[in-house]
Design a protein around this ligand. Structure first.
Ligand code: ADP
Ligand code: MG
Length: 694
């Protein structure tokens, strides 16, 4: 007991202390009682009636009312599970996994039996599976193989208000599938009240509202704009903890680093206050957190103490934490935006929309009357925030999506039934990228190569390199590298041991760069029988390496299914680098003695990221996996190449100039867009040229 008193538990601390910490006894209700207490339970019969009577249905309900965990079970109890699988899509991987686990528990089976989930590179389903949670991206992939998704009896497009690209595409694909399959049911659920738009899109289908059990939430605005929202948020937490009545606190922050550092600062601050205040449990929540740590947030707070949860916008709608009475909302979120001109994805901290702010506020009113502290002014809320967030499809790189649509035979993108069509420049850029990768021909139709590429669930640049690796006989190495690129950073760099960690990392460094370094790490890890000790000694995240291994197995399986050989070149660095160039030739930079590096395409000034094994080295030409914008624009995952490879391997894209350097060849793109420009005046070539030359 005294030990527990002294400890203010945080997940990051828990990692160090492992099992020594005991949590308060679980005081949750028995499962069936809990299920029956959810607002959706009262609507059970009405919902089932509506599903039977309609092909499309929109369901709106407060977060936490039981939509995701209950409706699938009701449908199963009603017999839909015997007619086909009941599928439920989630925009986030974490949500798909955690919800499946919860429902399996309620159902009384192991995950993967009657209740399962599928996320990219991980399939936890079996022949017995009747209720299947999956990411929206996975269902989109399934549509590619089977456009009428004949395995399914019902699809619930959950969290539709998030408007991810995949959900938006699924709207159209399922609407089409439903015409050929009168027995297929499509349910769209949303937490916010944009139901009219959804209903109108799905042929004016009925809308069912689940009346929430919500309490009023008092909103407190900041008197003046806050310079430092982190500081302001921490102040608010301490204020609430000292002055306000019982109830847990939820703070919305923008990302993992911010959350970890807030947990740490608050921990130190609370420690100095000592025994004068009650116990405060500090918990982080973000997607990258291991699920066993994440499940801690669902445990009831021990009596007499208070919990504060620092979360990304994952806690806005996809995860519900009970017992929250106070919400602190700094008004920001990190969103992924694609800048086609720079060819760059940017994670940018952006003001949230009014709809999001209200959603956040609502989290405080689930158990009793709550309070929401907005760390911005009332005028900012009304005058500076957008009413609704911009759908992803209008701000992300669409090359992957368009490749998929083309692979499904959907060529007429102009008349595709988008709920909100993407802006032309995004569409153009994606078509151009696919053309340059030779996935599309002059007329904009899928090539054989493009068809192959579409069979791999990854960016076209990666699948292109993967396919070249077959002819180049280095597929084993390229599959490893791609697997390592698709997991989170495997290098761990604990604050108190940074130097030691850096030294260890340097031992893996390959002189030619990061791709070969990643290959080194993986190979050495396998040679050491994938041991955890090896990881600890070398400051590597065992969890991420294991995931890379899973990813490698999954990609290898696709290779087998397609009858492609996995061949090793025994690490031949030139062959591997050349193969990478076939996918990444558009991501090339040339050294510039004045500014560091400039991208060949567009001439953007960029630097090598300090974490790269090429940092501080001076190669003339490099390729990079992606550009990231932090304090400046950095290339991440960088590998040195030879200039002549660009011309040799992408002759349709580069030509040598008089001097020894390379400049971009004027790509003949005219034929590619002819088809579209005939159909639609606004897709005129002139406007494409302009946007490319700006
Ligand atoms: P909705 O989809 O309407 O937001 P959910 O079906 O996700 O609601 O959740 C309903 C309730 O189930 C939540 O309020 C919460 O109490 C409980 N719940 C959901 N997931 C978990 C979990 N992993 N552990 C414990 N309780 C959970
Ligand atoms: Mg839900």
């Amino acid at each position: 007991e005294t030990l527990r008193k002294q400890l203010i538990i945080t997940a990051w601390e828990r990692n160090r202390m492992r099992e020594r910490i005991t949590y308060g006894k679980r005081t949750s209700l028995p499962m069936t009682t809990q299920r029956k207490s959810l607002p959706v339970y009262k609507m059970r019969d009405q919902l089932l009636e509506a599903v039977r009577a309609n092909q499309f249905l929109v369901i709106v309900g407060e977060t936490g009312s039981g939509k995701t965990t209950q409706i699938t079970q009701y449908l199963n109890e009603d017999g839909f599970g015997t007619r086909g699988i009941i599928g439920c899509t989630q925009p986030r991987r974490v949500a798909a996994v955690s919800v499946a686990k919860r429902v399996a528990e309620e159902f009384g089976c192991k995950v993967g039996e009657e209740v399962g989930y599928t996320i990219r590179f991980e399939d936890q389903t079996s022949k017995r599976t009747q209720i299947k949670y999956m990411t929206d991206g996975m269902l989109q992939r399934e549509c590619l193989l089977d456009p009428i998704i004949s395995k399914y009896s019902v699809i619930m497009l959950d969290e539709a208000h998030e408007r991810t690209v995949a959900t938006d595409i699924l709207f159209a694909l399922l609407k089409k599938a439903a015409i050929e399959r009168p027995d297929l049911k499509v349910i769209v659920t949303s937490a916010t009240l944009d139901s009219a738009k959804f209903s109108a899109y799905f042929n004016n289908c009925p809308v069912i509202n689940i009346p929430g059990k919500t309490f009023p939430v008092e909103v407190l605005y900041s008197q003046s704009p806050q310079m430092d929202y982190i500081e302001a948020a921490l102040d608010a937490v301490v204020q609430i903890h000292i002055n306000e009545g019982a109830g847990d606190i939820l703070v919305f922050l923008t990302g993992q680093e911010e959350i970890d550092s807030c947990c740490e600062i608050l921990y130190e601050r609370v420690k100095t206050l000592g025994d004068t205040i009650g116990e405060l449990l500090i918990l982080p929540v973000y997607s990258a957190l291991p699920s066993e740590v994440q499940s801690k947030i669902f445990e009831p707070t021990p009596e007499g103490s208070r919990k504060v949860v620092f979360a990304t916008n994952i806690a806005e709608t996809s995860i519900t934490i009970d017992g929250i009475y106070y919400v602190i909302d700094p008004g920001f979120a990190k969103i992924n935006t694609y800048n086609p001109r720079a060819g760059m994805e940017q994670l940018v901290v952006t003001p949230i929309s009014q709809a999001q702010a209200n959603q956040r506020k609502g989290r405080a009113g689930r158990t009793g009357p709550g309070k929401c502290y907005r760390l911005y002014t009332e005028s900012a809320f009304y005058n500076e925030m957008l009413q609704n967030s911009i759908p992803e499809i209008q701000r992300q790189n669409l090359s992957n999506t368009i490749l998929m649509l083309k692979a499904m035979g959907i060529n007429d993108l102009m008349n595709f039934d988008f709920m909100d069509p993407p802006p032309k420049n995004l569409m153009m850029h994606a078509l151009e990228e696919l053309f340059n990768l030779e996935a599309l021909d002059n007329d904009g139709f899928l090539t054989k190569l493009g068809k192959r590429m579409s069979q791999f669930p990854m960016d076209p640049t990666l699948s292109r390199a993967l396919i070249s690796s077959v002819t180049n006989k280095c597929s084993d190495e390229i599959v490893t590298i791609i697997s390592m690129l698709s997991v989170q950073n495997v290098f761990s760099r604990p604050k108190e041991k940074q130097q030691e960690a850096d030294q260890r990392k340097a031992r893996f460094h390959h002189p030619y760069g990061d791709h070969l370094t990643l290959l080194n790490v993986y190979t050495r890890w396998e040679q050491n029988r994938c041991s955890d000790d090896f990881c600890t000694q070398n400051f590597l995240h065992a969890r991420h390496l294991k995931r890379a291994k899973d990813v490698k197995n999954q990609i290898s399986m696709i290779f087998r299914q397609l009858g492609l050989p996995l061949t090793s070149c025994h690490g031949d660095p030139d062959l591997i680098r050349k193969t990478l160039v076939t996918g990444f030739f558009m991501n090339a930079s040339k050294r510039d003695s004045q500014v560091g590096y400039k991208t060949i395409l567009g001439g953007t000034v960029v630097g090598i990221h300090p974490s790269s094994s090429l940092y501080g080295k001076e190669y003339e030409y490099v390729i990079y996996h992606s550009l990231v914008l932090t304090s400046r624009e950095y290339m991440s995952q960088v590998t040195s190449i030879e200039a002549k490879w660009l011309v040799e391997l992408a002759p349709h894209f580069y030509k040598p100039t008089d001097s020894d350097s390379l400049s971009r060849k004027r790509v003949k793109i005219t034929p590619l867009y002819n088809k579209f420009s005939k159909d639609q005046n606004s897709w005129r070539l002139s406007s494409i040229r302009q946007s490319r030359e700006r």
